[in-house]
Ligand binder design. Structure first.
Ligand SMILES: C[S@@+](CC[C@H](N)C(=O)[O-])C[C@H]1O[C@@H](n2cnc3c(N)ncnc32)[C@H](O)[C@@H]1O
Length: 338
């Protein structure tokens, strides 16, 4: 992204969120597909006012999501196709989550910065957002779908960054609806898999294992990683888990992972790594925005590599190495025997 010329430009970023969200909600990318379509046809297809839709399409063009073929006809760009639910990768579910849930939550960021508390804590609902939202069906549906879209986009990089040949059973701790374990098992037919997550993810995870044809070698365990992590795996994956929690809670999860692993078992954290000193680079900005999202949302934080190493070593792991896969990194550890 080019540097904004002024604060006046920068502070209008919420308008961009609204424009992209509106396009996703109208199913505009699906309506345009790979073709170039007239505004009149699109207005009919997505049930919108023709003149207003033209203005939205021009807005999307300035963001690089649409291309204006002539005065009246528009196509999606490669980037804009990510709004199509059929695209690979598709970030449509993330856009809907951002527009409907996060945008609202972020409007209270001031309160979290003043107090250091999350939105859940400020409402007096306790410290564990996942426990509070456990029965909020719509929130869970949106959240799980958003996580799937983000995780799906980096599964190929995760699988390429770690050689699973020597592994036998891989467990994804906090594995949600099975996106990552599904991708790992699909590409490694010799592996068995386990997903541990709260019961709210079970039905969707089982359905996914069935669709992928891996139900016979991948099971879902419903439970809390604060209580117990089941044994049976020689390799544990944890993506986007520790950044949700404060250090003491991370230590509890990591100790339970260590307890579950055999001697010399492997632990792979997949997280964003916080820069030691932030710059205006997009990667730094994305990590710092995620850090503020943790402040407002679950109450955790993004960490530097040294901080992840410190947490894991405290829980009985030895550092093996870090692989950068773009916005995320794989930070690998081996269980140290007592
Ligand atoms: C940010 S999501 C990450 C999901 C998945 N690992 C991914 O990256 O797509 C955090 C996950 O932690 C799970 N979770 C939260 N509290 C948990 C607990 N006490 N025990 C097990 N899973 C939990 C949530 O249900 C959710 O699926």
């Amino acid at each position: 992204m080019n540097q904004p010329a002024s604060v006046h430009d920068l502070v209008q970023s919420h308008r961009i969120t609204a424009v992209i969200y509106t396009a996703a909600k109208l199913n505009l990318a699906e309506a345009i597909g790979d073709a170039t379509k007239s505004v009149a046809e699109l207005a009919r297809l997505v049930s919108a006012d023709e003149s207003a839709l033209r203005r939205l399409l021009i807005g999307l063009t300035t963001l690089g999501l649409c291309r204006q073929a002539d005065h009246d006809r528009f196509a999606m760009t490669e980037l804009g196709r990510q709004l199509d639910e059929r695209a690979e990768p598709s970030f449509k579910d993330w856009v809907l989550f951002e527009g409907e849930m996060l945008a609202q939550a972020w409007s209270g960021l001031l309160d979290s910065v003043r107090t250091g508390k999350t939105a859940t804590q400020l409402r007096g609902d306790g410290d564990d957002r996942y426990a509070v939202t456990g029965h909020a069906t719509e929130w869970n549906r949106r959240f799980n779908a958003a996580m799937v879209s983000l995780t799906r986009s980096i599964v190929p990089k995760i699988v390429a960054a770690h050689d699973f040949t020597a592994a036998r059973v891989v467990m994804d701790v906090g594995g949600g609806t099975g996106e990552l374990i599904g991708g790992v098992l699909e590409r490694n037919p010799h592996l068995q898999g386990i997903t541990l997550d709260l019961a709210r993810c079970e039905a969707d995870a089982r359905a996914r294992f069935g669709r992928l044809g891996i139900a016979g070698r991948c099971r879902f365990v419903a439970g809390s990683f604060f209580e117990i992590v089941p044994s049976g795996a020689d390799t544990i994956l944890m993506k986007s888990i520790l950044h949700n929690w404060k250090d003491d809670r991370c230590e509890a999860i990591l100790r339970n992972c260590r307890q579950a692993l055999p001697s010399s078992g492997t632990l792979i954290l997949v997280e964003r790594i916080m820069p030691e000193r932030a710059t205006t680079e997009p990667k730094d900005r994305s990590c710092i925005m995620s850090d503020l999202n943790m402040l407002r949302g679950p109450g955790g934080c993004e960490r530097t590599e040294a901080e992840y190493r410190g947490l894991a070593v405290l829980a009985g792991f030895a550092f093996v190495g870090t692989t950068d896969i773009g916005s995320f990194s794989l930070i690998k550890f081996r269980k140290v025997d007592e």
